[in-house]
Design a protein around this ligand. Structure first.
Ligand code: AHG
Ligand code: MN
Ligand code: MN
Length: 332
């Protein structure tokens, strides 16, 4: 077998940046470790009753927290704190950002934003879920506690982003702004191998992913685009296939490999859509652009949005370039 491990890949890439301190490599190691621990729990969720079901309260977004949401949140936070390479974490599961107190962490130059468990309503039914992360260089002074402004940067400022998908196999897919690489986990030996080098969104696709149960609540342009996807008379090989898992990471991952578009539009009950800009949309937008795709809110580029609050939501149109452009043309 001639496969590169994630560890080897990280070391090789670090060598591309002479003089780098290795902090970023350690950050990725922390992420990899926590990902393995969460993966292990996800895999035995059906057996381990203590890990299934809801905690009995809602998070700051008013969503029911699952036990695994809380478990994953804690694991990632602990791993980052132990590595001492980020000064703070913003997470979908917490009311506000966490600024680590240790001197080591306050001297760190990165912050991380994450959705520790995406698609968590799918845990109890054995469907793929994921973890999404986004890494920024802090803007507040090194040596002090992290500040809100560190977490309110535009997506264009990301230094890295990615996701872990806990699917039929577990994969880590990430970018540092130099293409997108995917690593598949071998649970027998506990190692991620580079299985999908230089991933590219097909320019076009035949899959559209949207919760059609909301269609009566969507603006006309979205309705028109979905009709276009379903058009049997169109010359360009319609109708497309509708595929919607309800785990953004899993829907995104499939579309990245096969070509497709994922849409979470604004609806009457959720005027800014449901997805969160900093935990979900920015990281996937960075990956998408690095893989040759497009990510917009229907009208403007996701990574150009200037966030003004931590848990900000945005409509999200992401995927194959031609499909996202086409969908956008219906909204004008
Ligand atoms: P989370 O589990 O992190 O709260 O995210 C759920 C998100 C996303 O994964 C999914 O695509 C979307 O919510 C599904 O929402 P609907 O059920 O409204 O379609
Ligand atoms: Mn999510
Ligand atoms: Mn989540």
């Amino acid at each position: 077998m001639n496969l590169r491990t994630l560890g080897e890949f990280i070391v090789e890439r670090q060598a591309d940046f002479p003089g780098s301190s290795g902090d970023f490599s350690r950050l990725l190691s922390g992420l990899r470790l926590a990902g393995k621990i969460v993966n292990q729990q996800v895999n035995k969720a059906g057996l381990a009753k203590h890990i299934l079901g809801s905690v009995g309260n809602t998070n700051v977004q008013g969503e029911e927290q699952q036990k695994l949401d809380v478990f994953a949140d804690n694991q990632f936070i602990k791993a980052f704190e132990n590595q001492g390479v980020v000064c703070g974490v913003g997470s979908e599961e917490n009311d506000t950002y966490i600024a680590f107190e240790s001197e080591k962490c306050q001297n760190a130059k990165y912050v991380i934003l994450m959705d520790p468990l995406d698609g968590s309503s799918n845990i109890d039914v054995n469907v793929s879920i994921g973890t999404i992360f986004s890494i920024f260089r802090r803007v507040s002074p090194v040596g002090e506690p992290a500040q809100l402004e560190d977490f309110l940067q535009k997506g264009t400022e990301q230094v890295a982003a990615g996701y872990i998908i806990y699917g039929s196999s577990t994969m880590l897919v990430y970018t540092t702004g130099n293409g997108v690489n995917g690593f598949t986990y071998d649970p027998g030996i506990g190692v991620f191998f580079l299985s999908h080098p230089n991933m590219q969104f097909p320019e076009d696709g035949k899959i559209y992913s949207i919760n059609e149960g909301n269609i009566n609540q969507c603006e006309q342009g979205v309705v028109d685009y979905v009709n276009y996807c379903q058009d049997t008379n169109a010359s360009d090989k319609h109708p497309y296939s509708g595929r919607y898992i309800g785990s953004l990471v899993a829907d995104f991952h499939r579309n990245l490999i096969k070509g497709g578009i994922y849409i979470y539009p604004s609806t009457q009950s959720a005027p800014n859509g449901k997805l969160r800009l900093q935990y979900e949309c920015n990281p996937l937008a960075f990956l998408t652009e690095q893989a040759g795709g497009l990510a917009t809110d229907g009208r403007q580029r996701i990574m150009d949005i200037d966030p003004n609050e931590l848990h900000q939501r945005t409509p999200f149109f992401v995927g194959s370039k031609n499909m996202v452009n086409k969908a956008g043309s219906f909204l004008k």
